[in-house]
Ligand binder design. Structure first.
Ligand code: GDD
Ligand code: MN
Length: 363
């Protein structure tokens, strides 16, 4: 029988399109973690550049390397959650796969948690650390605004709550896992907001490096989603984030509808055809936006995109009929004035559209 052992520290590395950074990452961890029994878990979301292959190639000769490959899903937070939950080690660390975080402070982070902190966070903003690697002034500004908001909500005095570089006991992660929102980018913030009592945070400064290779995946959609996460928390998680996004897209669709209708009337179309055209344009726009934003982690492509579009238009068409029907009925029964009746109709319409498209279109 061979002796089985689990390492003391699992280092979870979320990666998407990081193929050239995989081997340097392992080498960096090897140098930084001398004397610690560690493993690294690369969590790859089916990157087209062969990130998972690079990790597996190393894993064949180095038992400290593991690869978790997810198919059909995308998302930094959920990748981190699944990596951390796949660990049997007493401690887990999370670090970016592009060598922007300074792995040499991992031993000090481990010491901090062993000494009693709930979580050790690598911070770019405490004395000694800096944000040199943050690309543009715009990003630095957005980052500052987000930090202020995050601190207020988490009730923790932490200088870098948006950090993606931290270490905690695996059991604590396990305890908080059920409460995590799991969407978007900000897994640390999610952990801090999910803890029933404020966590004891130890911050360790480091210098944020420029990206080693490849490009950042933090785009404008990720930021919109981040804002949505706050709305979600403010509502106490009662209303699903997806529903909020869906409803906002729907609201935007009303303007698209009106604009397209105006344009086609101006082009000489009659009221009926203009209204039909406006509705179709709005539906297509809503489908596209929902596919890119609301359901960006399960985006439909190829044939499934077109099938989804047809189904979405059918669902929303029925929703519109229900909407008009309900508004009309309420109005005629005299239970509501015109505005209230159409508001009720629209509310029921959007719930219908959401419920049915969530189960049929993006499932
Ligand atoms: N599995 C998986 N799936 N990994 C992902 C995904 C995804 O959908 N999106 C990004 N990653 C990985 C990247 O490959 C990288 O290793 C890490 O997550 C961070 O992504 P970057 O695209 O490099 O993010 P950044 O440099 O712009 O963001 C940095 O600043 C943020 C704070 O503003 C990082 O340090 C983040 O961790 C940090 O939250
Ligand atoms: Mn990065």
């Amino acid at each position: 029988m061979t002796a089985c052992r689990s390492p003391v520290l699992s280092v979870v590395v979320p990666c998407y399109r990081e193929q050239p950074n995989v081997a340097p990452m392992v080498a960096a961890l090897d140098a930084a973690l001398a004397g610690i029994d560690w493993e690294v878990i690369f969590v790859d979301d089916d990157s087209p550049d062969g990130t998972a292959d690079a990790a597996r190639a190393l894993a064949r000769t180095d038992t400290r390397v593991r690869c978790l490959r997810r198919v059909g899903r995308r998302g930094l937070s959920s990748a981190v959650i699944e990596g951390a939950l796949s660990s049997s080690a007493p401690f887990v660390a999370v670090i970016d796969g592009d060598l922007q975080h300074d792995e040499t402070i991992l031993p000090a982070m481990l010491d901090a948690v062993r000494a009693g902190a709930d979580i050790a966070v690598g911070s770019r903003h405490v004395g000694g650390g800096d944000a040199a690697g943050l690309a543009s002034p715009l990003r630095q500004r957005l980052s500052a605004a987000g930090i202020g908001l995050a601190r207020k909500l988490a009730g923790v005095a932490i200088s870098d709550p948006m950090s993606g570089f931290f270490l905690l006991r695996q059991s604590l992660f396990e305890d908080l896992a059920h409460r995590l929102n799991g969407q978007g980018f900000k897994i640390l913030l999610d952990l801090l907001l999910s803890a029933p009592a404020p966590l004891k945070v130890a911050e360790l400064p480091y210098r944020f490096r420029p990206r080693a290779a490849g490009e950042s995946k933090l785009d404008i959609l990720v930021m919109v989603q981040f804002a949505g996460q706050f709305v979600d928390r403010a509502l106490g998680g009662m209303v699903p984030l997806r529903f909020i996004a869906f409803a906002l897209v729907g609201l935007f669709g009303i303007f698209v509808n009106l604009a397209a209708m105006q344009a086609s009337r101006a082009a000489g179309l009659g009221f009926g055809p203009a209204q039909t055209l406006g509705t179709i344009v709005a539906m297509v726009a809503n489908f596209e936006l929902n596919n890119r934003l609301t359901y960006r982690t399960m985006k439909l492509r190829g044939v499934r995109y077109w099938q989804g579009l047809v189904l979405f238009m059918l669902v929303c068409g029925l929703g519109a009929i229900a909407n008009i029907g309900i508004a009309g009925a309420l109005y005629h029964r005299g239970d509501a004035n015109g505005l209230a009746a159409s508001a009720a109709g629209s509310a029921i319409g959007v719930v219908w559209n959401y419920a049915v498209s969530a189960t049929l279109v993006w499932r």
